[in-house]
Write a protein that binds this ligand. Structure first.
Ligand SMILES: NC(=O)c1ccc[n+]([C@@H]2O[C@H](COP(=O)([O-])OP(=O)(O)OC[C@H]3O[C@@H](n4cnc5c(N)ncnc54)[C@H](O)[C@@H]3O)[C@@H](O)[C@H]2O)c1
Ligand SMILES: N[C@H](CO)Cc1c[nH]c[nH+]1
Ligand SMILES: [Zn+2]
Length: 432
């Protein structure tokens, strides 16, 4: 991890760059695959599944027999853990339901808004380097609470053309039966255009690598919306001597092990603490099964010493981390001051892994600085808000003249008439 002391503005900008691939190269690949999938459907999907995943499944859709068989391959212990996580995610997301908002803006003009589910949603479950079945809970649970009618799940197959049984088990538990063995750009293109096997959806959800993230952004050009850009995982920790170096190092490594293009950052007001964590990261790295991946991410990562809390907060808000851990004596300073972060974890007993799996919050979060303008997935992500209005005779008489004047001023005569005819009819009937 690169260690820096009191970096200046220009140095910081360079230091805090995410280790992303060349975006033009990724966009070129995305354009090509989108083009082919839109014309050739399943044939193109199979071509790219074979190229990138080394698999050529004869059927893209997982069969009911495969789903059935998966259940026996998952241990009872793991099923119970999944159930506990599911129930906490349900509690937190069900609590996000809101009441109908209704206001009589002036006498006789009633305005209200109500939420309705997005009918067809596509859930992308990463599976390139690790089968992230926990992501199914994060997406399907709020989709179900929202009342989405159709859920389509895409996840990459392994080299034998199979999907991890825990993914199949969790999908079934969440009421999903349309599971497709397709990952990466071809999955996002499939859900964007629809193919013989992949249903077209209205909104695509879920995290993924940089190919998936750029593909999701491309989908928006074809009238399919997305939750947010949720790419390679990242974590920023702010800690002082009140924190535990062993815990902090384990948190940093937890996100580093997602992928070589992940990034983790520690900001501290204590030089001694930075050094302790640096040594601890190297120690804990040694026996990680994904040591090479984590080590690559650690190469892109930073240890930053700053003199005061205000400076630390300014850096954090500029970086806008996906995950933000606060382990300082005065945690309120950071908790109250944070403006840009996907999800915040407070205190020595709150590992980031808790939010990844089982505390109840959602782990599908904006990366790459997008926490400046996007929220993580939540119940509202699966809902649309529709506004309604009902105007009485009194109401149209109250606002009609203003509408007529405004329509006139915009030069829109038909708009004006739509009001004038009604006002005239009311006047005639009152004159009779
Ligand atoms: N932000 C979040 O909320 C969040 C949550 C969980 C995971 N993640 C991130 O999701 C990512 C998962 O990545 P992953 O790779 O393991 O799985 P993935 O499912 O996202 O991607 C695998 C697919 O990438 C495609 N691919 C691989 N190499 C390619 C190439 N050269 N050209 C075109 N396509 C290619 C293949 O089709 C493959 O199926 C990680 O970066 C992880 O950090 C983020
Ligand atoms: N940390 C990931 C979000 O960036 C989510 C995850 C799933 N499994 C483990 N972690
Ligand atoms: Zn994680």
């Amino acid at each position: 991890m690169k260690k820096v002391y009191n970096p200046g503005k220009t140095e910081l900008a360079e230091l805090l760059k995410r280790p992303s691939k060349n975006i033009e190269d990724v966009e070129r690949t995305v354009n090509q695959i989108f083009g082919e999938v839109s014309y050739m459907g399943d044939e193109a999907v199979k071509k790219y599944t074979s190229l990138f995943d080394g698999a050529y499944p004869d059927k893209i859709k997982v069969t009911p027999e495969e789903i059935q068989a998966a259940e026996a391959l998952v241990s009872e212990e793991l099923k119970e853990a999944i159930q506990l996580a599911k129930s906490n995610i349900e509690s937190f997301h069900a609590a996000q339901k809101t009441e109908k908002v209704s206001v009589e803006t002036v006498a006789g003009v009633e305005c209200w808004q109500e939420k309705r589910p997005i009918q067809k949603v596509g859930l992308y479950i990463p599976g390139g380097s690790a089968p992230l079945f926990s992501t199914i809970l994060m997406l399907a649970v709020p989709a179900q609470i929202a009342g989405c009618k159709e859920m389509v799940l895409c996840t990459p197959p392994n080299k034998e053309g199979k999907v991890n049984p825990v993914i199949l088990y969790t999908a079934k538990l969440c009421g999903i039966d349309t599971i497709l063995k397709v990952g990466g750009i071809q999955a996002i293109a499939g859900m964007t255009f629809g193919t013989e096997s992949i249903p077209k959806v209205y909104k695509i959800f879920g995290p993924g690598n940089q190919f998936v993230t750029v593909a999701k952004q491309m989908a928006t050009k074809y009238n399919v919306s997305i939750d947010m850009p949720a790419g390679p995982s990242e974590l920023l920790v702010v800690a002082d001597d009140s924190a535990d170096a062993v815990f902090v190092a384990s948190d940093l490594l937890s996100q580093a092990e997602h992928g070589g293009d992940s990034q983790v950052i520690l900001i501290s007001l204590s030089e001694v603490f930075l050094e302790k964590v640096e040594a601890e990261v190297q120690k804990q790295l040694q026996d990680l099964p994904r040591k090479d991946i984590a080590a690559e991410a650690i190469e892109n990562s930073r240890l930053i010493f700053v003199n005061d809390q205000k400076e630390a907060l300014a850096i954090i808000n500029e970086y806008a981390p996906e995950h933000f851990i606060v382990c300082t004596e005065d945690s309120d300073f950071f908790v109250n001051g944070i403006e840009n972060a996907g999800s915040v974890f407070i205190g020595n007993n709150t590992p980031e892994s808790a939010g990844d799996y089982a505390s109840g919050t959602n782990h599908t979060l904006p990366t790459n600085g997008y926490a400046k303008q996007y929220s993580g997935v939540n119940l509202d992500s699966f809902l649309k808000t529709i506004s309604f209005q009902k105007i009485s005779e009194e109401g149209i008489q109250n606002i009609g003249p203003a509408i007529e004047l405004m329509a006139d001023a915009e030069g829109l005569k038909a708009h004006k008439r739509a009001v004038s005819f009604r006002l005239k009819a009311l006047k005639n009937s009152s004159d009779e």
